[in-house]
Design a protein around this ligand. Structure first.
Ligand code: GDP
Length: 174
C-alpha cells in the first residue's frame, strides 16, 4: 500500500480515470504529515492492498514556461512522500511540454508508470504501435500501460502495475 501521484496536463483524462478507478470514495479531514503537499483525490482499497491517489497541484499547468517555473521552484518537494507516479499522456499526440515533465520525473528518481490514455480514439493498429514505440523512446520508463479511461480499458493492468511498485504493508487509512 502507499501513495500514487496522478499527474498530467489538463484534459488528458485524470478525472475520468479517477472516477473509474475509485471503488471507495472518502473525504479526509485530518492530514498525515506525508500528504501535506498533496491533495488526496481518492483511496482505493482492494484485496490486493490500498492505493492512496494524490494530486500534485501545479503539475498540470498547460503553459510551458509557467510549468517550468513551478517545477524549478518545487522540484525537490513536489513529489516528496510519493511512492509511484502515474503520468497520464494523450495517445493522440505528444505535447511539447511533455519533455519538461519528463526531465523533472527523471530527476525525482521515482518509479513512473507512463499511462497512454484515449487509445480508443486511435483506430489504426499500426498507428497505436508507432505511438507506443515513440513514447518508449522519448520517455524510457519501465512501465508503459495503454488505457482508455473513458471506456474502462486496461485499468486493471494499470492498478496491477501500481501495486507492483508500492511498498508492501497494511492499510494507511483503515
Ligand atoms: P482532466 O482535465 O485531466 O481531469 O481530464 P477529464 O477527465 O476531465 O477528461 C477530459 C476530456 O477527455 C473529457 O471530455 C473526457 O470525456 C475525455 N476523455 C477522458 N478519457 C478519455 C478516453 O480514454 N478516451 C476518450 N475518447 N476520451 C476521453
Amino acid at each position: 500500500c502507499g501513495f500514487a501521484a496522478l499527474i498530467g496536463r489538463p484534459n488528458v483524462g485524470k478525472s475520468t480515470l479517477m472516477n473509474h478507478l475509485l471503488k471507495q470514495k472518502i473525504s479526509i479531514t485530518s492530514r498525515k504529515p506525508q500528504t501535506t503537499r498533496h491533495r488526496i483525490v481518492g483511496i482505493n482499497t482492494t484485496e490486493a492492498g490500498q492505493i492512496v491517489y494524490l494530486d500534485t497541484p501545479g503539475m498540470h499547468n498547460s503553459d510551458k514556461r509557467a510549468l517550468n517555473r513551478y517545477l524549478n521552484r518545487t522540484a525537490d518537494t513536489t513529489l516528496l512522500g510519493v511512492d509511484v507516479v502515474v503520468w497520464l499522456i494523450d495517445g493522440l499526440a505528444f505535447q511539447d511540454y511533455d519533455e519538461v515533465i519528463f526531465k523533472k520525473l527523471e530527476q525525482a528518481g521515482l518509479p513512473v508508470i507512463l499511462a497512454v490514455n484515449k487509445v480508443d480514439r486511435i483506430k489504426d493498429k499500426e498507428q497505436i504501435l508507432a505511438f507506443f514505440a515513440e513514447a518508449q523512446h522519448r520517455f524510457p520508463f519501465k512501465h508503459l500501460v495503454p488505457i482508455s479511461a473513458l471506456k474502462n480499458t486496461n485499468l486493471e493492468d494499470l492498478e496491477t502495475a501500481i501495486f507492483e511498485l508500492l511498498p508492501e504493508g497494511g492499510l494507511i487509512y483503515p
